[in-house]
Ligand binder design. Structure first.
Ligand SMILES: [Zn+2]
Ligand SMILES: [Zn+2]
Length: 346
């Protein structure tokens, strides 16, 4: 593996500084069970923005010292195998996505198959504690490698590992059928995939967003009804499931009003750290409020199957590694319609 350099370029986070700095860093040394990925694509997520503007501190997400390298939607190719890794099982001529939650595999949640909720105090999420994809080379334990089916590009593979997996996991929790009526609030990078997933499950889908460009995408992906800010007040109040991809007080209040008796509100967006609600109507309707976090490693395999079959077409806007900070500014100012992915070529 003589072609692997000793140093690489990596974007470094400094607490309180909104711009990431591009620096020379050592290429990671591999521990037993790890491979070295040449990163080909990394997605930019709103949670990265929260870290950059200081509203979420990286140290609050992990008990161990956090790496300053963000990027939790990663796709790449193996360029080196660490000790105890069989190269025949993990070939180099293959694209992989990374299962970001980086679970221990041993705790009770992992053993129940809910490895997105791993309880290990020492686990570090890729790009949110563990070094992420905003570098040229990254070390990944083989248990976090998910093979990407042929024909799926690195940029689509990267976003599938979060922006598709997250709404898929959320909607699987509510067991949709062909009779289910679903309202999706917020049609950005995650919401537009939620529309496609709910349609793939056979549900009747109503999509709502304040932005016309987002509503246009929802129409393209066959939402049954598309609403703007005015008409949502007149909507039917009989949704079995309301998916709140925004997670601020006003979106949550729409969800509470529109969900039917005994229906479910699935909260994906973390737009506000606190949400308020009146207890009496909630109890009288026996509303279920479900928290949801990312997805399981098995579900990451399932979403690739859906993307491969064309049931979900993740929307991406592609940029260059060198322009990462510029794209974060665009994301911050609402100038991104779908999901930005930065790509790296040799
Ligand atoms: Zn994310
Ligand atoms: Zn675990």
């Amino acid at each position: 593996m003589s072609s692997i350099p000793k140093t690489q370029k990596a974007y470094i986070l400094t607490q309180g500084v909104e711009k990431l700095s591009l620096e020379d860093r050592p290429v990671p040394e591999l521990k037993p069970g790890e491979v070295l990925l040449r990163v080909r694509a990394s997605g930019l997520c709103h949670s990265d923005l929260h870290i950059l503007d200081g509203s979420i501190s990286l140290s609050s997400l992990c008990s161990l010292p956090a790496s300053p390298i963000l990027g939790h939607e990663i796709a790449g190719e193996i360029v080196a195998h660490g000790p105890n890794v069989d190269p025949d099982l993990f070939p180099t001529n293959q694209l992989y996505s990374v299962f970001g939650p980086n679970p221990c595999g041993l705790c009770s949640e992992c053993r129940y198959g809910r490895d997105n909720l791993c309880l290990s105090p020492t686990r570090l999420i890729h790009g949110l504690g563990h070094p992420g994809g905003f570098e040229q080379y990254t070390a990944v334990n083989i248990r976090n490698l998910v093979k990407v089916p042929e024909g799926i590009s690195p940029e689509v593979a990267a976003v599938t590992s979060d922006a598709v997996l997250t709404p898929y996991h959320a909607l699987k929790k509510v067991y949709l059928t062909g009779l289910s009526r679903v309202l999706i609030i917020g049609l950005g990078g995650i919401g537009i995939n939620a529309v496609q997933i709910a349609k793939a499950f056979g549900a009747h889908v109503t999509a709502f967003d304040l932005k016309e460009s987002s509503r246009e995408l929802a129409r393209k992906f066959s939402a049954d009804v598309v609403l703007d800010s005015l008409t949502v007040k007149e909507a039917s109040h009989d949704y079995d499931v309301v998916v709140d991809v925004v997670g601020i007080q006003s979106s949550f209040e729409i969800a509470l009003k529109q969900v039917k008796t005994y229906g479910s509100i699935v909260l994906i967006g973390l737009g506000s750290p606190v949400l308020n609600f009146f207890t009496t109507p909630l109890c009288l309707k026996e509303t279920h409020i479900l928290g949801t976090f990312w997805g399981t490693s098995q579900e990451q395999i399932e979403v690739f199957d859906l993307v491969k079959k064309g049931k979900i077409k993740p929307q991406v806007e592609v940029g260059k590694f060198e322009d990462l900070n510029e794209f974060f500014q665009k994301l911050k100012h609402g100038q991104i319609k779908s999901r930005v992915v930065i790509t790296q070529t040799d």
